[in-house]
Ligand binder design. Structure first.
Ligand code: FMN
Length: 193
């Protein structure tokens, strides 16, 4: 395969894999380092490099699990609280090898709109996801759970202009591939000729 065929195949192979699908076992440190290093090479306007990551592993996963449960409990209106949802949120980090909190750290260049900093972080996450796929692991970007609640920003010590954009869950997965689904690109492209 040439480079273009390799990247096309990798992009299409990437799927979201959820913690209940993960196998036992930890992703080794050198692979986590590679995932983070590749995230760091995302494009970004003005070289603000706005991505910041908190990597939870080992005992840290318990701290995240506890925080996610508590933040849900403390912030969801009482009438909306669901015990099963709470238990699921507590369980997700514990089923994972690693969880990476995705943060946008707002730079101080007023010429760069905030949305562009968020876009750059999303590029970094895609680099991360493709590396995870290439290494044979599974992962997914979650914007649910604790991510929805403003209190999470305090947990990470974020400033007002910073954003907590999600949790990237990761783990080992079985070797057979999941199939994805997309509508044809032709429906989304307008050619101007
Ligand atoms: C910004 C973003 C946020 C997402 N948040 C969630 C989420 O909160 N819960 C979830 O189940 N999946 C979430 N996903 C994963 C999508 O559900 C998934 O990408 C989609 O179903 C397509 O499947 P694929 O990733 O396997 O191609 C998110 C994906 C992105 C890019």
């Amino acid at each position: 395969m040439n480079k273009a065929e390799q990247i096309s195949s990798l992009i299409k192979e990437r799927r979201s894999y959820y913690p209940h699908e993960y196998l036992e076992g930890e992703i080794p440190q050198d692979h986590i380092d590679m995932i983070l290093e590749n995230a760091n090479w995302a494009p970004n306007h003005g070289l603000t490099e706005p991505w910041r990551f908190f990597v939870f592993e080992k005992e840290g996963l318990k701290a995240l699990s506890e925080a996610q449960g508590n933040i849900y409990k403390d912030n969801i209106p009482e009438e909306e609280f669901e015990q099963a949802r709470y238990e699921k949120l507590v369980k997700l980090p514990l089923q994972s090898s690693h969880v990476i909190a995705i943060i946008m750290k707002r730079g101080n260049n007023p010429k760069i709109p905030k949305i562009e900093e968020v876009e750059a972080v999303a590029c970094a996450v895609q680099n991360m996801a493709l590396t995870v796929t290439a290494l044979g692991y599974g992962g997914y970007w979650s914007t649910g759970g604790m991510v929805k609640f403003e209190q999470s920003k305090e947990f990470f010590g974020l400033g007002e202009e910073d954003e907590f954009l999600g949790l990237f869950y990761m783990g080992k997965i079985p070797s057979e591939n999941k199939t994805g689904k997309r509508k044809d690109i032709k429906e989304k492209v307008t050619w101007v000729r």
